[in-house]
Structures are given as structure tokens and as C-alpha cells.
Ligand binder design. Structure first.
Ligand code: FA5
Ligand code: MG
Length: 442
């Protein structure tokens, strides 16, 4: 859940910002509008509001619901694999912090709650940071085998594999903790195990339960291990389906299971798949905390759940090199995909980047790198391909700190002229100055 800071590159002495703008120091910050409009409704803002207009515009795009979009195709393939599961994909991204964090046992001081990591509309409403935010309501609605796909939002760095909006699919299966439920578990485990035995798949497994990945005190260790085993088989079978038919067919699919920690599951795992020479983390999962089922009024039951990243899967399966492409409205991108089919993306010409540096003295109150990234994104949108902190320096006498960021401007659709890049950079500089009252250096 901890979002990364803006990517740090080894600090080097570099030329100062190649921009010349007035050094006017603005002390007052831009006033905050009293409401923000999201999905056609107005919401009151307050002192924690940090949603930006470039993020607000992403709400309702619903890429995961477009049948000929790579994210929609992946969703369809997974839903087809899990037969008998209810598929949900139309839940609003606006949730209470209680849903996103408290219901799932996140401690008060968890970094995911910070304003620097999550988007808040106001103190009572935020953009979900993961699809687990809907576990309690879905269990409470009586669903016992379900998949829920949605857009999720995290304040994060800007680069080819990080974007502040991405998509997850949550999956869960509940078993009655009685003879019938355990029989169902045993039968399905046997079916999956025999399927996987015959398949060309290499699995690095770990014990279902260990001292560092414990059974919950409410659970019988044997039952918990059976549920964890069924979870592993269910996901190995999905991975075989998704990755088995692509690439060099003689190579086995390689999967490794790793111990993990989530506040709402125990034992917990992450899964990595070896694909095109790299290990790729695709999901987190585990045995659902009994407190979640209790809160959802699901008695005498035990459940597993997983949350997987749809972009991560799609980037690998479709060979899509840049996460921003998922948001492209360019026909050269969209026309390459058709419902139900995994095809290899053919890159169209990539226009040259234009990099510009911006350095400034931080205000006395400091400035989080994610705040800077957000202003860049809000000013120039996807034209900012990467933002890197390339230098920082604290003056030995005044103790003031200066930071230098390098912004790579690149359009997916055209070549940017030097003048256009300069104009974008000027806009960024004046927005940063206006918003944070920083003093721009040159
Ligand atoms: C979670 O979000 C948990 N809610 C998952 C979970 C669900 C655990 C149910 C247990 C039970 P995590 O932050 O690791 O965990 O994200 C899950 C997956 O989302 C990752 O494995 C990855 O595939 C994807 N993901 C996470 N961050 C990003 C990102 N910045 N860009 C693209 N995909 C991401
Ligand atoms: Mg993770």
C-alpha cells in the first residue's frame, strides 16, 4: 500500500533549471474551490482535499468495462475462467476512509492513509486505493464467489509503469465451515490439483502457514491450510490459463509464491510470474481475516481473497510498454485490439522527448515529491512522461533546501517543438510557484 516517492536518480551536480522566470515569491497559496464535481455530482471540499482535476477527469472512463480494450479483454478472460463467480464491475470509486482502511483493520498510522499517498475529496470521502475497499459490502450482500473489477487511485511517481490510476480485480470465495463446505473444498481442490499436475507449469511454493505467516487465532490450522491450498491452486490455474498459451510454448510457465503481509488477511501471499526474462508481481492474496467476515455478517464461514493488477497483466500479455497507453484515445492504439483476444501490441512511432529541468528552494513548510508530481500532471497531463528528482542540496549556512527535478515532456501523438516544450515548462513553473510559494532558481 505504500506508494513510492518520486523516483530518485543518483544526485549529480547538474546544470540549474534551464528556465528563466521571475523570482517573484508568492506567499499566498491559490484559494481552494468550495466544491468539486465528480461523476456529475458536487462534493464539498475541506482542509484535506487533494484531488486534482486531471484525476477527476479519469473517473467514469471505465476502461475495464470496454470489451475491445486490453483491460476489458483481460477482465473478460479472468471472469470466463472463474465459472460460477458473480462478476461486479460498476462500483463508484468514491468510498469512505472507513471502507478503504478501518473495515480492513489498517492501523491509524498506516502510510497508505497519508495525504501524500491517497486522494481525498474531503475528510469523509476518498478515492479507493484498492478493490479490497468493497470486500465488506460484497460479503454482506451475500456473495460467496465473486470478482469485482474497478479503477483504483494512488498518489505516485510518474514513469512507464506507474500511473496514479490503475485497475484491480478482487476475487473471493467463501466456504461454510461445516461438513458440506469442507466437502466442497476437498472436491474442488482435487479437481484443480489434477488439472495442474498435467500442465506445463513450474511452481515455487512455500508452506501454507509459518511462524512469520501465521494462522489466525480464530482458525483451526488444518482448515486454514486447506483454504490457503485451494487459493493457491485457483490462482495457479488462472496463471496457467493466462500465460500458458502465449510466448514460446515449450517453456513452462514459472510462478513463485512469496510470504506477504496485509492487515486484512493471514496467512498472506504475493505471486510473481516469470515472463520475458523478468519476475513480475501480479497479485496479493490470503485467507480473509475473520473480523472482516464478522463485520459482514457472514457466520460460520472461512474465505480466501485476492487482488490483482490488471495493467500489470495486460502490459505483459499484450506487450504494452508504457502504462499511459491504456488511456490513449488514438485509433492507432485502440484499433489493435478485439474482444476476447490477446494480441501483441505493435508500437507506432514514438516521438522524441524534450527534457527540461526546474529547480527551486523549498518553502519553509517543505514540499512532498508527490505534491510536485501532481502539479506537473495537473498542468500538462500525460505530456509529462517522467519526473525525476535529479539533485537536492541544503545550503550549509541558511539550511534552506533546493531540489531540481527533470521533467521529460513527450507526446504520444506528435513531435513537440522546443517552443511547445518551453511553454509547457513555463506553465509548470508558474503553477508550482503559485501553488506552493516556492522560489524558482535558475
Ligand atoms: C493490494 O492492493 C491488496 N488490496 C491486495 C489483496 C487483496 C491482498 C485481497 C489480500 C487480499 P497491492 O498494493 O500489492 O495489494 O496491489 C495488488 C496488485 O495491484 C499488485 O500485485 C500489482 O499487480 C497491482 N499494483 C499495485 N500497485 C500498482 C501500480 N502502481 N501500478 C500498477 N499496478 C499496481
Ligand atoms: Mg504488492
Amino acid at each position: 500500500m505504500t506508494a513510492l516517492l518520486c523516483r530518485l536518480v543518483a544526485p549529480a551536480r547538474v546544470a540549474r533549471a534551464n528556465i528563466s522566470i521571475s523570482r517573484r515569491l508568492l506567499s499566498a497559496q491559490a484559494p481552494r474551490p468550495s466544491t468539486v464535481s465528480l461523476l456529475g455530482k458536487e462534493y464539498a471540499t475541506d482542509d484535506v482535499t487533494n484531488i486534482t482535476s486531471s484525476i477527476a477527469e479519469k473517473l467514469g472512463r471505465d476502461l475495464h468495462r470496454k470489451p475491445a480494450h486490453p483491460l476489458g479483454i483481460i477482465r473478460g478472460l479472468i471472469e470466463a475462467h472463474f465459472t460460477g463467480f458473480t462478476a461486479i464491475s460498476d462500483v463508484s470509486p468514491l468510498v469512505t476512509p472507513a471502507r478503504n482502511f478501518d473495515d480492513l483493520g489498517f492501523p491509524e498510522d498506516h502510510p497508505g492513509r497519508a495525504l501524500s499517498d491517497s486522494y481525498y475529496i474531503n475528510r469523509g470521502l476518498m478515492l479507493r486505493t484498492h478493490t479490497s475497499a468493497h470486500e465488506v459490502e460484497t460479503f454482506r450482500a451475500g456473495e460467496r464467489k465473486w470478482l469485482l473489477s474497478a479503477d483504483v487511485y494512488r498518489r505516485d511517481e510518474i514513469d512507464a509503469s506507474h500511473y496514479p490510476v490503475f485497475h484491480q480485480m478482487e476475487g473471493a470465495r467463501v466456504f461454510s465451515n461445516d461438513k458440506t463446505g469442507m466437502q466442497e473444498l476437498a472436491n474442488d481442490t482435487a479437481r484443480l490439483a489434477s488439472e495442474l499436475e498435467r500442465a506445463n507449469i513450474e511452481i515455487e511454493d512455500i508452506p501454507h502457514i509459518s511462524s512469520t505467516n501465521p494462522v489466525q487465532p480464530e482458525h483451526d490450522p488444518e482448515t486454514s491450510a486447506l483454504v490457503a491450498h485451494h487459493l493457491k491452486l485457483s490462482l495457479n490455474s488462472l496463471i496457467l490459463k493466462l500465460f500458458g498459451g502465449h510466448g514460446a510454448s515449450t517453456e513452462p510457465v514459472r510462478v513463485r509464491w512469496i510470504e506477504a503481509y496485509f492487515p486484512f488477511t493471514s496467512p498472506s501471499y504475493e505471486v510473481e510470474v516469470f515472463y520475458r526474462g523478468k519476475w513480475l508481481e501480479i497479485l496479493g492474496c490470503g485467507v480473509v481475516k475473520q473480523s472482516t467476515l464478522d463485520r459482514s455478517n457472514v457466520p460460520d464461514s472461512i474465505s480466501w481473497a485476492f487482488g490483482l493488477g490488471l495493467e500489470r497483466l495486460a502490459m505483459f500479455l499484450f506487450s504494452i510498454p508504457d502504462i499511459r497507453l491504456f488511456w490513449s484515445q488514438d485509433e492507432r492504439f485502440l484499433s489493435q485490439f478485439s474482444p476476447g483476444k490477446v494480441t501483441t501490441f505493435k508500437a507506432y512511432s514514438k516521438y522524441p522527448p524534450n527534457s527540461r529541468d526546474l529547480s527551486f528552494w523549498l518553502p519553509g513548510t517543505g514540499l512532498h515529491d508527490n505534491d510536485f508530481c501532481d502539479v506537473v500532471r495537473d498542468t500538462v497531463g500525460d505530456l509529462a512522461e517522467t519526473v525525476e528528482l535529479i539533485d537536492q542540496f541544503t545550503h550549509p549556512k541558511t539550511k534552506r533546501t533546493s531540489k531540481c527535478f527533470r521533467i521529460n515532456y513527450r507526446s504520444m501523438d506528435k513531435s513537440l517543438t522546443d517552443e511547445e516544450a518551453n511553454a509547457l515548462h513555463e506553465q509548470v513553473a508558474s503553477r508550482v510557484q503559485e501553488k506552493f510559494g516556492v522560489e524558482i532558481r535558475n
